[in-house]
Write a protein that binds this ligand. Structure first.
Ligand SMILES: O=C(CO)[C@@H](O)[C@H](O)COP(=O)(O)O
Ligand SMILES: [Co+2]
Length: 222
């Protein structure tokens, strides 16, 4: 029987006028982590959430803040997001010149360190830093926007990543992000993912639907 994945709602799809209530609502609805998409209008073509917003949200939930940094250069921002309340800081290899140093710095700050691979980024990057990561995030869309369609080739990449982590004896989480729905969540878990980011699929229908939306993702089978 498939394991139940952690569900990490992306608040990019939440009502930005009520973000505090939204994070409290997803906690009450059974979410495991809060996924915060940070975009700078440079690394990706969109601008979203600064550290002051993360700080303002921190008192509204006890859930871990899983902060996906789509910012370049990323190094100058690590401390600010950690101080604002981030528990996990996930970075793209393309967002700085020294991935190894960046991951070490995240752990030094007392956060869990994640590395995120775009659909076009080779998995081999992970081999060089596998001992420094607590989470591997595989993008199943090109980053920048919510509401995109899941790229099916992500499934074989999940399998390959799971094999790599297991062979290395790594206990890092394997998270998938982009276009995740109840229709493909089961296949992601069967391929080896243990954490699923979902924006549209969680926030669709408004607060009364969050618990059912999260339950559908947790219960999805391939
Ligand atoms: O990082 C990103 C996009 O760059 C994601 O976290 C999306 O925000 C997820 O939204 P959906 O595809 O689930 O609507
Ligand atoms: Co994300």
């Amino acid at each position: 029987m498939a394991n139940t994945p952690l569900i990490c709602p992306s608040i990019l799809a939440a009502d930005f006028a009520k973000l505090g209530q939204e994070v409290a609502a997803i906690e009450a609805a059974g979410a495991d982590w809060v996924h915060v998409d940070v975009m700078d209008g440079h690394f990706v073509p969109n601008i979203t959430i600064g550290p002051d917003v993360v700080k303002a949200l921190r008192p509204h939930t006890t859930l871990p803040f899983d902060v996906h940094l789509m910012v370049a250069p990323v190094d100058p921002w690590l401390e600010a997001y950690r101080a604002a309340g981030a528990d996990i800081l996930t970075v793209h290899p393309e967002s700085g010149p020294h991935l190894h140093r960046t991951l070490g710095r995240i752990r030094q700050l007392g956060a869990r360190a994640g590395v995120v691979l775009n659909p076009g980024t080779p998995l081999t990057v992970l081999e060089e830093v596998i001992d420094l990561v607590d989470l591997v995030l595989l993008m199943s869309v090109n980053p920048g926007f919510g509401g995109q369609s899941f790229i099916d080739s992500a499934l074989t990449k999940i399998e390959r990543t799971r094999a790599l982590l297991d062979a290395a004896g790594s206990t890092a989480h394997l998270q998938v992000d982009g276009g995740v729905t109840a229709l493909n969540a089961g296949a992601c878990v069967a391929a080896g993912a243990d954490a699923l980011v979902a924006g549209t699929a969680v926030f669709k229908g408004g607060p009364d639907a969050y618990a059912a939306n999260i339950a559908a993702l947790k219960g999805a089978r391939a």
